[in-house]
Design a protein around this ligand. Sequence first.
Ligand code: XMP
Length: 536
Amino acid sequence: MTQELLTPDTPAGAVLVVDFGAQYAQLIARRVREADVYSEIVPHTMPAAEMLAKKPAAIILSGGPSSVYAAGAPVLEEAVVTAGVPVLGICYGFQAMSRALGGGVAQTGQREYGETTATVQVEDSVLFAGQPAQQVVWMSHGDAVDHAPQGCRVTASTPGAPVAAFEDRERRLFGVQWHPEVLHSAHGQAVLVNFLRDGAGIEPTWTSGNVVEQLVEDIRARVGEDRVICGLSGGVDSSVAAALVQRAVGKQLTCVFVDHGLLREGEAEQVEQDFVAATGVDLVVVDARERFLSALAGVSDPETKRKAIGREFIRVFEQAARDIVQAHDGQHGGDPDDHPVKWLVQGTLYPDVVESGGGAGTANIKSHHNVGGLPDDLQFQLIEPLRSLFKDEVRQVGLELGVPESIVWRQPFPGPGLGIRIVGEVTGERLEILRRADAIARAELTAAGLDRDIWQCPVVLLADVRSVGVQGDGRTYGHPIVLRPVSSEDAMTADWTRLPYDVLARISSRITNEVPDVNRVVLDVTSKPPGTIEWE
Ligand code: XMP
């Protein structure tokens, strides 16, 4: 497949977040966006000249895992801090900056880790103006700056770091030893905003309205008059990507929704009716429910199930794509004024781009998220309109475009759907049981106002397990349903959510009363690791 990228080179005026190798760079970039300023992550190995050629409005140096004295520790080129671009150094970046400017970093041999209290200079400082003089901050460092570079004033201290922040307003250089990007730092966002607005003089123009406008222009310029297809899954990313492309090129877009029968109650309708009504997209729905059920008959092993679902999905999607191309190109093929179906929309997000090895120049196809990925020989070029956005921005863009809230705020749901939430063979009857139990759990969580407190709550049918129960006058021999509510930031790790007992009680009693063949509801109290979020 030809991979073309929609995102142009970094626009001038971006804030560059230099990644020194810790896990904080993404978080910093997000916080900058939350302050309505566009940011991009660049690796610390990028030469200073290349960073400066991007004409950044400011540079933020992230934390990193190493001591500046460790062999092979990332080095900061002096040019980054002397080019006249406003700079904020954070943690490792603060120390690297201090050294580059001639300040001192001492190997204290002591670690300061976790929450501590910083005493900050409120009067006459840029970073701490308008904040309390004592504030809780989150630290994670061994070495410490022991004297600030010439021209820089010390503006904060903590018990473990006498020089915990400095600034030179003239040269627009700022640094903090702690992590303002983490929520444990009580005034962290205010520190970042003060840097961006007052330190660097950047206007807050990265708003969802502007983002939509800019992305729509980019798509139009790229696609021209060609035709585009997009696979819809009912999830947030593909829906918002489709809505954006629809806004940009209208009827040139055709969406394909494969109904594999493994969706939750109301989801197919959400796409077929609500989404179409809200966006006006041309939608082709392929009813492939029977086909998927046949492919899953007799299959209990989770990996075999996933493969079967992935395989069928690709076949159905390919066929639909061919049909669209044929219907269109066949009809208009000889017409010189007409345009071929040339583009395929993908809902790739910025974290996928960063995790797959970097921004510009790296194409990444979200195979995991597309039920096994699309085949290599699909003859389309890719448009990835969301590849510069974080998830929360995608949601904002979705709202801006009028995508229904029920889709915009959807929790993550695996591509293979309920197929992997039935432990055991998937049958039509079992899907029906699980769909009903899941609908009850979702309705009660929504009624209790808990949707945005939990990351997701898989509801699982243990189809291969039966146990004895008693209902009415009789003995039953039914299946258990597992509730798996989890709290998470990114699904890489998760904790089980402490749901209120009364909510759990309502879910349990409704499921056992209303869903035939289910006589127990159990709660999964395992974190990830060691458990995964899904059961499979
Ligand atoms: P696990 O079970 O690995 O899940 O802890 C991590 C996150 O990934 C989701 N998930 C999937 N999402 N296609 C997807 O789009 C898939 O095949 C898939 N499998 C798991 C899961 O719901 C959780 O959010």
